[in-house]
Design a protein around this ligand. Sequence first.
Ligand code: HEM
Length: 415
Amino acid sequence: MTATTLEAEKPQEAGATLELFNPFQPGFDENPYDHYRTLRDTNPVQEHPMGFWFVSRHADVSALLRDARLSVADHNLAPGPMRDQYEKLIANAPVKLVTLLDSDPPDHTRLRSLVGKVFTPRAIAELEPMVTELVDDALDRIADAGSVNLIDALAFPLPFAVISTMLGMPDTDPKRLLELTETLVIALEPVADADVMTSIVDAEVELSAMMREVIAWKRNNPADDLLTALIQADHNGDFLSNDELVAQILLLFIAGHHTTVNLVGNGVTALLRHPDQLALLRSNPDLIGNAVEEFLRYDSPTHQTRRITLTPYQVGGREIPAGAMMIACLGAANRDERAFGPDADVLRIDREQARHHVSFSVGAHHCLGSALARLEGRVAISRLVNRFPKLALSGRVRWNGRINLRGATDVPISV
Ligand code: HEM
């Protein structure tokens, strides 16, 4: 994809050249937000030559995510480049995994009530001692080392360990499981070349086989864990089938891992780059809950999600035809001055409207793991900051180059 500045079909000012979404421009990796501002100000609902519509203002993004007339199922795409990409993927996929994220009602309603049954706020709150222990063990190792990459030492291992422990995974081959989910997570990126698509499909096949074995084992060895609860989840005599279980368990690994890595990695990076905000948090630890919301807003762990129009659809003064893919840019919406005021680009951990961010989406697909992600973010960041009074960045922060799950890969810190 080499999208550049093109003459759009309907310029908003006569003769104006309107900028198109282009994640391949220099510096985007480090800072996508200046580009997002230009898109919001000049071309907020744009038809992209790659075959999708890109929506960047907070009001438009929130409206479309809440709109029950829109679909998340790719088979509703009209012929075009997006449809072609989908056809290629399913043609090569020997297993078909339907997750919450790609199903519409009534399937989505049914799956959500079954999975939601075990993902209650109370069940999540009970995990706090386990999360605290995992964080403190990691902090002990950081204290011994003196200087580390925060991602390797805390942000990356923590959510993987939390999901595995919650599910009650047998200790068979966590390394292989991690490698495979690392490949599968690339499926959440908007562009993938043919080789990458093949490796995603291969990983999906191997992971499905692995999960089928785990489910069979768990049926014979029930315990007080999420996997047993999912197997036993009963909605008026209705249960999840084996295929549905496999798909939802993989979704939990994929949706819950890198997103949370980014919350901790991007959040700590932002905090250490703003010593005044770090001092404010230290002097007022009760701000941690709001600070986590502001980290989610200021540097989103997820930048995009998608919806498909089933009929012609009006948004931001444009009409989008039926069967079109709309990319809702969560990262751009979270920095919209129209929603967060003129200082939307500033990190303020006591910002009143921080909670209005759309990082967890809104509407029917609102993140099912948001309470867990908030818990992990709150425990990890507050305990890190309180334990190490000399905590500081000790080198250059590097980014992962992803368009959707954009996050830091290297956050060198000294304690
Ligand atoms: C859905 C973001 C952590 C499980 C979503 C969506 C977003 C999101 C944006 C909705 C996409 C849409 O509307 O199309 C995040 C972020 C996280 C996070 C930013 C961390 C900071 C987690 C965790 C879990 C999880 C820890 C579970 C272990 C899910 C599930 C869905 C979902 C199951 C699908 C819900 C549905 O389609 O009904 N997440 N997520 N997420 N998330 Fe999260």
